[in-house]
Design a protein around this ligand. Structure first.
Ligand code: FAD
Length: 515
């Protein structure tokens, strides 16, 4: 049974009714009903972009592996063991789905609203800059992944069964092509429906959801969490607890410290978010006339520069995307980006970030687990001050940012609460700013249009990953000092994105449920 790669012209794949028909003609040696696409990748390198397609016969081992396993939940009984899950982001929801396959009953506690109500809060935030601290781009059903680009790729393929995770997402309503696209994404318009379907599945098989239910403390004694303490004062006894609270919930780190449970400072990447007309990115990446690439997917980029031995890189690039206000308190400003499934907005945005560790922070104590978190908080507060309130973000023309001069005539930008022309180059300490700036200068040598008129920079991009790690035993995956507390996903420092959060949640549930 054959498995091989063929090349197609992008115009044979995108914007055509039946690209599989074209593919079948090119692969006459594989029976048309058994042709399976393992991977599809648009390669923009070389003189002319091409689409590499890896194909095989559905009976081959590769086809079976690429298909993943089907999702097979069990109806849980009243007396099934219960896993309490704090946080209904990708980690919490997929931990709950996995519990059902293992015969455990998941009970989810989510501080924010259900996805439908949350959508209203997010719209108000974008329109008026009114931030609901419990229901926003980071908090609420689906977590930080709900109103995102829904990019699903991960470098963490060794960490778990990506194919089965993608297959489950398709079962929940994601498009089939995420199974084989090299850089799969779902889009903000499709994610809420998928999250609702996940909730319906969890409820149908015996799981429980509590929205608007913020955990404010953990009752910990003698190596075990005994109960959750809720904002309204109830005490919920627990046998096992999964902490899936994401990296924005700073109060959760406080809870762990009050309980006397160890947490550690973790380096993270911070920087700014840059925006360009999507058309420029297409021209740079594809190098073809508009008419030729009209139906091609909006181009993306992934750029890494080295400055003085430190990495500076693009992060979470959103082709055809919109910049989003992602703070969780009114006295901070945080930027990120999203895009719809078609990625058909006129602008493209991306984080431009560099690693920040304890040595980068003036006066940071090496033994302070919250030193990086406090630095992050200070930068977000300074940005709010520079932006002038109501979630307006400080912004500059990229050319001025790079020259370290004030901007007087700020270009347009998709960040909806609004921007204020500010000296954004003064947001970070000098060393960090120098790295961001030098990295851009180096990149501009390959893309001269990078810093030209029409390119804007907004800040900060400060929540790329968690500034704290919650330690866990490498085998049992529970906290070393607490046998029924499982730190999971991005907030605990074990994931950096939707897919890695899902895989980490599955791994943790498997560790908990294994005999
Ligand atoms: C705008 C935006 C775009 C993004 N785009 C992408 C992308 O395209 N691809 C990608 O891979 N990643 C993207 N990300 C990052 C991705 O969303 C996160 O990596 C992922 O959601 C982490 O999953 P998680 O479940 O670990 O945490 P989270 O998604 O942060 O979920 C944590 C949940 O816990 C809840 N919670 C917190 N504290 C408490 C408490 N005390 N009590 C009860 N509940 C609590 C929160 O309300 C939240 O719902 C994006 C993020 C944002 C904000």
């Amino acid at each position: 049974m054959k498995s091989y790669r063929i090349e197609l012209n992008p115009n044979e794949v995108y914007g055509v009714d039946d690209w599989m028909g074209v593919l079948r003609q090119r692969c006459p040696d594989i029976h048309r009903d058994r042709l399976v696409v393992l991977k599809r990748s648009l390669d923009a390198r070389g003189s002319r972009p091409k689409v590499g397609v890896w194909v095989t016969d559905s009976r081959s081992p590769e086809a079976l592996a690429a298909m993943g396993k089907p999702y097979e939940p069990l109806q849980v009984s009243e007396n099934a063991p219960v896993l309490h899950i704090m946080g209904a982001g990708p980690a919490g929801i997929f931990a709950a789905l996995r519990c059902l396959e293992r015969g455990w009953r998941p009970v989810l506690w989510e501080r924010g609203q259900s996805v439908r109500e949350r959508r209203r809060d997010v719209a108000l935030l974008s329109r008026d800059g009114r931030l609901n601290p419990e229901s926003n781009y980071c908090y609420g059903e689906g977590g930080a992944g709900t109103f995102s680009d829904g990019k699903l790729y991960t470098r963490a393929t060794k960490r778990g069964d990506v194919a089965s995770a993608l297959r489950l997402l398709v079962t929940l309503g994601a498009p089939d092509h995420i199974m084989y696209d090299a850089h799969p994404h779902i889009g903000t318009n499709k994610l809420p429906g998928l999250i609702e379907k996940a909730r319906e599945t969890i409820l149908a098989y015996g799981g429980v959801f509590h929205f608007n239910s913020r955990v404010v403390d953990l009752d910990y004694a003698q190596g075990r969490i005994r109960a959750l303490v809720m904002a309204e004062g109830q005490r919920i006894p627990v046998e096992a607890l999964m902490l899936c609270t994401g990296h924005s919930a700073r109060d959760v780190f406080g809870m762990l410290q009050r309980a006397g449970l160890e947490i550690q400072a973790k380096p993270l990447a911070m920087g700014v978010r840059i925006e360009h007309p999507q058309e420029w990115v297409n021209q740079w990446r594809y190098r073809q006339p508009e008419s030729v690439m009209a139906a091609w997917p909006p181009a993306s980029y992934s750029v890494v520069e080295q400055v003085g031995g430190r990495g500076v890189y693009s992060f979470c690039m959103c082709p055809g995307g919109i910049m989003a206000p992602c703070a969780t308190s009114p006295d901070g400003v945080v930027t990120n980006g999203w895009s719809p499934s078609k990625r058909n907005n006129r602008t493209a945005n991306s984080g431009w970030v560099t690693e920040v560790n304890l040595q980068d922070i003036p006066n940071a104590r090496a033994d302070d687990p919250l030193a990086l978190l406090r630095f992050q908080e200070r930068i977000e507060a300074k940005a709010a001050e520079m932006g002038g309130g109501d979630q307006r973000a400080p912004a500059q023309n990229l050319s001025d940012f790079v020259r370290s001069v004030p901007t007087h005539d700020l270009g347009d930008c998709s960040y909806r609460p609004g921007t204020k022309a500010s000296s954004l180059y003064q947001l970070y300490p000098q060393d960090i700013q120098d790295r961001l700036r030098t990295g851009l200068i180096q990149w501009a040598q390959r893309w001269p249009r990078l810093c030209s008129e029409g390119a804007v920079v907004v800040g900060p991009e400060s929540r790329t990953s968690s500034p704290v790690r919650v330690p866990r035993d490498p085998v049992t995956l529970h906290h070393p000092a607490c046998s029924n507390l499982y730190p999971v996903g991005e907030g605990a420092g074990y994931a950096g994105g939707i897919m890695s959060a899902i895989l980490d949640a599955w791994r943790s549930v498997d560790a908990l449920c294994s005999p």
